[in-house]
Design a protein. Sequence first.
Length: 300
Amino acid sequence: MVNSSVKHTKEDIKRLYHFYSRRFSTEPFDFTVAEVDEYAKKHFNDYSLLLQFSVLLMNHHQLKPQSKVVQDNAVKYISRIIKHSDSLFEKEQATFLLASIYLQRGQNDSVIELLEGARLPKLPANIVLSLSYLQKDERMQANQTLQAEVYQNIIFIMNSLTVMIQHQVHSNSDQLIDRGLKIAQTFDLNNLHPNSMMNFYLASAIYKRDELYSCIAYLKSFNKIVKNMMENYYLHGDDFFDEIDDWIKDFDLGNNAPLNIATFKRQVLIQVRSNPQFEHIKDTIEFKNIIHDLSNIVGA
């Protein structure tokens, strides 16, 4: 193992992430995993690189979910980050990824042990930061900080509603869907953040699977979102969130989608066509039309 002292820049890491993301869609899966691991071992002291390589592996794990080595490699990188990194941000990100791996492995007690404290009320750090900017009369920075806070919270809300619908943990899932749709309309989330809406519509369709008309309506919305994401999708602001583009570009992976487009195409088709939740309607003309439309959208 070569522990290079060279640290990659953010641009280096973005380039490497998307290079290997493309490799996952064009090269044999195991070969690409081995290549990523070989590169990681040569730079085992670059914790920013290891963090994004962990994200890379977990984002592509579903291409071969039976491959234990993918999670094992991610855990190896994550453990090193948690043990050696001086960055609180990197440690928090790594801890979240570790909890996600534990969840996939069914190690629920380990997840709870890691994240139980996350249920505590969050400190309004960005509010304090924005007020400090305002006291210095740096209004643009204050505006950007607050817009980024609102943007993140909206996406978190939609993701939380999606999970609540998926698992029907609330007494009224219809109300969850209704409130989610109102939030989506208010903030134009179909265009602002189609990835979260794609998951929301799919969860809603599955919940309504015994009501064919409603189920198909949500699947049509799902298809429209997929088409949107196929058209060179990237993270961005809009007329309301007009100060967050620079903040987004500063993400470790920039404003690009985390999955290569070829990988994305395969996954969205499987999510619907091979979803056992739709088994009882797969022979209806309405569902066949959904699959036909989705196949045309992704070029399958």
